[in-house]
Design a binder for this molecule. Sequence first.
Ligand SMILES: NC(=O)c1ccc[n+]([C@@H]2O[C@H](COP(=O)([O-])OP(=O)(O)OC[C@H]3O[C@@H](n4cnc5c(N)ncnc54)[C@H](O)[C@@H]3O)[C@@H](O)[C@H]2O)c1
Length: 257
Amino acid sequence: MARRLEGKVALITGAASGIGRATSLLFAREGAKIVVADRDLAGSEQTVSQVKEEGGDAVAVQVEVTDAGQVEAAIQAAFNKFGRLDVLFNNAGTGERAVSIMDLAEDEWDRVMAVNVKGVFLGIKYGAAAMLKAGITGSIINTASVAGLVGFAGHAAYSASKAGCLHLTKVAALELARSNIRVNAIAPAFTATAMVDELTSASRDPQRARQKLAQVIPLGRLGTPEEIANAALFLASDESSFMTGAVMTLDGGLTAQ
Ligand SMILES: NC(=O)c1ccc[n+]([C@@H]2O[C@H](COP(=O)([O-])OP(=O)(O)OC[C@H]3O[C@@H](n4cnc5c(N)ncnc54)[C@H](O)[C@@H]3O)[C@@H](O)[C@H]2O)c1
């Protein structure tokens, strides 16, 4: 059977761990060459090793997604190393410790907004420009969250930033539609990655806190990074060719209530 991303090049941010790593492995199995982009270079190199162990091709690039120069350089690295860029997955993201708006420090707000909104903006700005210049009809995917669809008390910056990511997705989709560059978002709920570990480790009983998160989900469990990667694969592939400006919600039924 033909592989679903044969001949394509994908740049994935936040690919040193979690959803980004699982997506790197899946995209590579489906024939894509991967630029593993993250501020954590050691983690990115581990992802590259795992891709190569499975027979795929990947390169690690260190990038701080809030830095325009570094984002532009990472995009350029895709062209330098693999000659093109077909899929850009703006997946790097960060959260904040649970606090009320009254107790949320201004610099914490700025930090979360910078990574989750500005980081995605810079990815689209430089990624789309490079695709247009090269005449490539690509796919851009942004990782939002269910927190961008409904409010999560205690996570004002994260919720607002992910709502911003969703609107940015829609505007980019409209601006790029006639160039046939599609822009879509995924909105996962609690997924078993380092981000959830961080969220629950702040609690006195992390195991119990994790169980409580799972109980909030109608399917009764956390998502896996591989389940989220499957959605990204659909959006990256030509199977989603009539889809742009859309949000794929992967939340075990959380927002159906
Ligand atoms: N895990 C969840 O429950 C969940 C739910 C909804 C959405 N998300 C989103 O999924 C995405 C991936 O997160 P994950 O769950 O895989 O967590 P993760 O912590 O395993 O991965 C996040 C990655 O992003 C990288 N990163 C963070 N800030 C960066 C920056 N400024 N520049 C470059 N790289 C940076 C980290 O180094 C890390 O490798 C994030 O956007 C997150 O908000 C996660």
